[in-house]
Design a protein around this ligand. Sequence first.
Ligand code: SAM
Length: 303
Amino acid sequence: MTAPAAHPPTAIRSGAAIKRSAELTTYLRAVAAREPDPGLRCPDQLAARLIGPEWQRMLRLPLWIVRSRLEHNLPGSYFHVLARTRHIDRLLTEALWAGIEQLVILGAGFDSRAVRFQDQLSSVRVFEVDSPGNQVVKKERLRAALGSLPGHIIFMPVDFNHQPLSEALISGGYQTSLKTFFIWEGVSYYLLPAAVDAVLKFAAVGCGVGSSIVFDYALESFVRGDYHSRRAARMGAVYATSSEPFVSGVPDGKSGAFLEERGLRLISDLGPAELEQQYLRRKNGSLSGRPSDFLRIALACNG
Ligand SMILES: C[S@@+](CC[C@H](N)C(=O)[O-])C[C@H]1O[C@@H](n2cnc3c(N)ncnc32)[C@H](O)[C@@H]1O
């Protein structure tokens, strides 16, 4: 299934559009946190308190209605976000066991991990990097949800397309010699290719040995408008009319070489089949739903 490339790689999103994608993602987690099957349920119980009132209203609908609407309008997105949250939580837990000294959440949006994992982060420096507008709203929402802003998070406003990540982080007290875990979730495809390269290269050389980065990426074929399924074509149509186009991808089947060129070694690269197997099975073994087939989640390290 092929469609003309809809998105020139020069597109940059407006502040308002950026906020919407972060809220939508958080809404998906809030819905998934209501899954009755404990084997499937999203662990982000804070998500519902970080979204705006209009999204909270939609949460009151019965779960089956919400899920079927989501699957109709944005096929695969709900299950991708559900599996992605649980996978990255697992990788963060493993990174903490391995003794990371810094955690950097890039394009953090309304990610609540810095709060959810707070007890395990007492000896870890925690940075959240995001577009300035989103970060202001995030801080307001955290204050409202928790009573005050968590003191252990260092918030750094950055526009990845226009500002060097290193400068911003270092000005906030980030240390390039420390073993660092970077979480870059739901962001890479929205950035210009040069900004993607800069982030990956920073994760390779701007931190201590043994550092790693987890991120999800779009297949380059999808970004070009070459769709491998009806569901991908449907999402391609959604993005083609959206103010939030996908502008970057990783060449299909070549993530290892792509990361090596940017100084990183691929550790794992999970596609829909692995995500279904590991995160989307009900207790009785049946499949709850299928995630997007044009997105994958890579873990890479610099050592
Ligand atoms: C879909 S949201 C994902 C948010 C969060 N990581 C999550 O999974 O909930 C995309 C995030 O990328 C951030 N982002 C997109 N373009 C950016 C840019 N040029 N500079 C900084 N942040 C950007 C947005 O502010 C937003 O928080």
